[in-house]
Design a binder for this molecule. Structure first.
Ligand SMILES: O=P(O)(O)OC[C@H]1O[C@H](OP(=O)(O)O)[C@H](O)[C@@H]1O
Length: 359
């Protein structure tokens, strides 16, 4: 399956996810025993029709439950093989959000039994348990995060994070008035999803382009963002632009709060591994028409070898914010200074992990 997808237009669709081209579908090397529902889920994650670290984890766990339910394996070993193959297909969609492998690992570790029937039941039960825990964790995290928000506060957001929004929702339920400055978040304009959700809750929203963020930080009491992965040293991997925002916030004295369920903690980073940053297709940044227009006046080499035209577009989806620019990581287990998050990671994951399908 390819990781670079062609999502020509970053408009926001009615279901809250960024629209993607129909041709953004991925080439899946399909094992014929993998359920079509798993393949569809993998395609949706890769093309970002299903997006957001928590939502991806939920969809992946659901897909494994469907695989378990629909499997026609005639032996326990064949059932296990199919589940592992399904997990691998899901895993290979996008590389950065650790919630995906954490979800797969959690479900596969619950796959227990000697017969196909037992394996099926335990896997489905485990997936259901995971999904229920995920929802509860987000609610709990929101209640904790809301304690940092005071009545009348203005929050600046980046991208769209259900964990971050959970904090605002809980503050509103506590009767606090909250306003938001919402960064557009190029290239996919996922700030529009945040703006729409906040307006549904009747929160006053000021939408700004990313380049205006520093100017509007003077009006903000908090920067509130989510996370795709959190490393053992407390670094926060989140949507591209988060690190620059955090540096500016620190300079302006605005606290930076990261809302992240513990499923965003990246266990491999405890043993020195780094988090892979997803590079996405250039058409999210520059359409082929705009590319042609830029090069038209330049007397560019009109050879059919387009890679030789001297114009390179880079489109990293995420960046890394060092712990010194983060004030608090809010999880369902409490809020932590970033430097102490490793203690929680050891408690939750132990010291070692393997690939999810080696669980
Ligand atoms: O889990 P929740 O808080 O919803 O989202 C966490 C993060 O996932 C998103 O990534 P993408 O849009 O999938 O690339 C954003 O970076 C967001 O901050």
């Amino acid at each position: 399956m390819t990781r670079d997808q062609s999502d020509a237009d970053a408009a926001v669709s009615a279901d809250g996810n960024a629209d993607v081209d129909a041709d953004a579908d991925v080439d899946v090397d399909v094992d014929r025993d993998i359920s079509p529902a798993v393949v569809e889920t993998a395609d949706d994650i890769a093309a970002m029709r299903t997006r957001g670290a928590a939502t991806i984890a939920d969809a992946a766990a659901d897909a494994l439950a469907i695989q378990a339910d629909q499997s026609e394996a005639d032996s326990a070993s064949e059932f296990r093989r199919q589940l592992r193959a399904a997990a691998k297909t899901l895993y290979e969609t996008r590389p950065t959000a650790v919630s995906l492998p954490n979800a797969l690992r959690y479900v596969l570790r619950g796959m227990e039994g000697e017969t196909v029937t037992e394996l099926r039941t335990t896997t489905i039960t485990r997936a259901d348990e995971f999904r229920a825990d995920l929802e509860q964790a987000q609610t709990k995290l929101g209640e904790i995060g809301a304690n940092r928000l005071r009545d009348g506060d203005v929050v600046m957001t980046h991208c769209h994070s259900t964990d971050a929004l959970s904090c605002i929702e809980a503050a509103l339920e506590d009767g606090k008035e909250i306003e938001a400055i919402v960064k557009e978040t190029r290239p996919r304009k996922q700030g529009h999803i945040t703006a729409r959700q906040l307006r549904e809750w009747d929160v006053p929203v000021t939408l700004v382009v990313d380049n205006a963020a520093r100017r509007y930080l003077d009006d903000a009491d908090h920067v509130l963002v989510g996370a795709d992965s959190i490393a053992a040293d407390g670094s926060v991997v989140n949507k591209i632009g988060t690190s620059g925002l955090a540096v500016n916030a620190r300079e302006r004295g605005v606290p930076v709060m990261v809302a992240a369920q513990t499923i965003k903690l990246h266990p491999d980073t405890m043993t020195g591994h780094t988090v892979e940053i997803e590079m996405r297709d250039e058409t999210e940044v520059l359409s082929s028409g705009d590319r042609t227009a830029i090069l038209a006046e330049a007397g560019a080499d009109d050879s059919p070898d387009a890679s030789d035209d001297g114009l390179t577009v880079e489109n990293p989806a995420f960046d890394v914010t060092p712990p010194r620019h983060v004030d608090a990581i809010v999880t369902e287990r409490g809020q932590f200074p970033p430097e102490s998050i490793v203690t929680l990671m050891r408690e939750l994951f132990g010291e070692t992990t393997g690939e999810p399908w080696e669980a």
